[in-house]
Write a protein of this length. Sequence first.
Length: 132
Amino acid sequence: IYRSFIFKKICLEWCKRQSGTPNLPLTIHTVQICKNLNYNTPTESEFDFVLLSRDNNKIFCKCIWSEKPLSVNYLKELIKPDGNDKKEADPYYFLFTNESFTTGCEEYALGSKYIRLITLPMMVKEFLPNVF
């Protein structure tokens, strides 16, 4: 549990540092931590935090500490449409893991400009570029 908690903090810090860069599709205005937030859809409650821009564009972020690669089925379940007909800007989804993603998960994400898969080694490389 402790590793998972620290990992979520690392993921959030990475997002804050990327705000306003090409790595993040918006400039962060507000961060909402999703612990016990009352969202309209069950899928949104699965996320760890939501990044909001001034014009209310969203990035839903999920941080997973796992000993095995994350699957495409997990990704699809996480971002399934909620059936809400309100027309808002398409949200982005950032999925973080300490390990890796399956090939199927990576291929699925490549097919969407709204999904980004980020591993701990990728974040470390950006935090400490001279180490790698």
